[in-house]
Design a protein around this ligand. Structure first.
Ligand code: MLT
Ligand code: MN
Ligand code: ZN
Length: 310
């Protein structure tokens, strides 16, 4: 299995266009060692030829331009991107669908909740009907059904499982205050060639026993690295929302509850990688004390262009 990190930043990317925080200003001026990051998305392939996008970032055009694996190969118009799977209906994960409108009809895999949001509060799919259109593949993570296995015909050698996880629906969703099953999923992707597997969850609010079990059985975990601490935005004067308000488990635990670093420390996965890093997170600075903590625990920080072969 091949994994391309197209975008490793959270919503807004890094540096964020309107932000003068120590990280964003430090990156622009070269005062800190940190690389630019576009908004969160990865591409996965089982044969190195056909790719599926996990989330479609607003930075998709630039992301495809930077990755030759995703360029057209045959004929006048072509794309090796065969499908898109959405983890939720957040703006930074879905608005890239509009950037695919020049291509063929999009094979789109998402839950009923996400299809609802994208045809009501943020009616992207209605708009796309006037361009390339979308073919809906409904993932049965809904109500009492908390996991759904599926294959993507045009992306061979991979088996996918969508898993209901604790998280947050987007601010515009009617479910924002009360999450329902299907608002947020993680993906387990297994290679049918050698059985190796990836656990992908760029937005994860809590790691309970179930999530820890999934993180344990995967060879590689690529998980929510949005915030270092719960009150990071408030501390930096950047906003009033906490990590939990936004549905992200910070790396540091909150009041006795374990954080993402604790979960990763327990996980048996051989590769542990944080993704969807917010511009406020001190781990963006490669020389920060927080980054040294991750280094010492064997936890990597995803960067744009990172390639993982499993
Ligand atoms: C989030 O995950 O909470 C988002 O990155 C926020 C956003 O896109 O505005
Ligand atoms: Mn996000
Ligand atoms: Zn910033």
């Amino acid at each position: 299995m091949k994994i391309l990190v197209l975008g490793s930043g959270a919503g807004g990317g890094f540096p964020q266009w309107n932000c003068n925080c120590v990280n964003c200003a430090g990156q622009r001026s070269g005062r800190i060692r940190a690389s630019e990051r576009t908004q969160s998305s990865i591409a996965v392939s089982g044969d190195g030829l056909s790719w599926v996008l996990l989330n479609a970032s607003p930075d998709i055009g630039e992301q495809i331009r930077r990755h030759p694996q995703l360029h057209p190969r045959h004929g006048l118009r072509d794309t090796p991107i065969k499908a898109v799977v959405l983890m939720d209906a957040q703006i930074d994960h879905v608005t890239g669908l509009l950037g695919l409108r020049e291509g063929p009809c999009i094979d789109l895999y998402a839950t009923r909740c996400v299809f609802e949001d994208l045809t009501s509060g943020l009616p992207l799919l209605n708009v796309l009907q006037h361009y390339c259109g979308t073919r809906w593949h409904m993932l049965a993570v809904d109500g009492a059904s908390t996991r759904a296995e599926f294959d993507i015909e045009a992306v061979p050698n991979l088996r996918f499982t969508a898993l209901a996880i604790p998280g947050k629906a987007p601010p515009y969703s009617p479910h924002r205050r009360e999450q329902v099953v299907g608002d947020n999923i993680a993906l387990r992707i297994e290679s049918l060639v050698d059985g190796r597997s990836l656990f992908y969850s760029p937005g994860l609010a809590r790691v309970g026993e179930q999530e820890l079990a999934w993180m344990n059985e995967a060879d590689c975990v690529l998980v929510d690295g949005t915030f270092w601490q719960e009150d990071e935005m408030q501390q930096a004067g950047l906003g009033s929302k906490s990590a939990s308000d936004m549905g992200h488990l910070p790396q540091q635990g909150i009041a006795g509850r374990p954080g993402m670093v604790d979960a990763l420390r327990e996980s048996a996965a051989s590769r542990k990688v944080l993704i969807h890093i917010n511009n406020s997170n001190p781990i963006l600075d490669e020389e920060s004390a927080q980054r040294r903590v991750l280094d010492s625990l064997g936890i990597a920080v995803a960067h744009d262009g990172m390639e993982i072969s499993l």
